[in-house]
Unconditional design. Structure first.
Length: 202
């Protein structure tokens, strides 16, 4: 880990909240680690900082939190997030749409396409080498638990919805968010976005 970066070199991390109450600036890894440490009771600041420094490998990373109101808006905001990634220069095969809910409860998993984007989804089958077999498509869609241990340059963590930001919710968000190596968008229900922002600001 780069000690200069980890110890306070300003990392321009801005959480841009569209459809929400405002912008939450995080001026350095230390400040971001403080916020995450509050949310992740039981992990030390050093451990959180180590994970965050790996997840935020670029010196200027924009993390967007986009809120949605209902299923129709969820789909529109998820499509919009993928479109924004493409406009930012990411290829479709470098984008992963990750569902917070899991495949069984996901509103998006049954789709072959998300807006104009053909989805590449796990079929539940495996090849002779034990690798998962995917449907034809360019933009990967998967659940946060299935995607654990993997990464993508651009992650849209979508369908985030909870009533309380408890340990289970925080860890699921954290696992999904740290799958992104370059760009991250969180698509969050309005109610969950308010709870999340209160925690980040606190």
């Amino acid at each position: 880990m780069d000690q200069d970066v980890a110890k306070g070199d300003d990392l321009a991390v801005v959480v841009d909240v569209r459809g929400g109450p405002g912008i939450v600036p995080c001026q350095s890894l230390d400040r971001l680690a403080d916020n995450l440490e509050v949310a992740l009771d039981g992990l030390t600041k050093q451990a959180v900082g180590a994970v965050v420094s790996q997840a935020l490998a670029l010196r200027h990373l924009a993390v967007e939190i986009v809120s949605y109101t209902d299923t129709k808006d969820l789909i529109a905001k998820s499509v919009g997030a993928v479109t924004d990634c493409i406009r930012a220069g990411f290829k479709r095969q470098h984008i992963a749409v990750i569902s917070y809910r899991g495949r069984e409860h996901s509103k998006l998993a049954p789709f072959d396409k998300l807006g104009p984007y053909a989805l590449r989804a796990p079929t539940g089958r495996y090849d002779l080498l034990g690798n998962p077999v995917y449907t034809a498509g360019e933009v990967l869609i998967d659940s946060v638990l299935r995607f654990k241990g993997r990464a993508a340059p651009c992650v849209v963590l979508t369908e985030i919805d909870f009533e309380a930001l408890d340990q289970a919710a925080v860890r699921r968000i954290f696992v999904g968010a740290t799958r992104a190596t370059m760009k991250l968008t969180l698509v969050v229900s309005e109610a969950a976005a308010k709870v999340l922002l209160q925690r980040l600001e606190g």
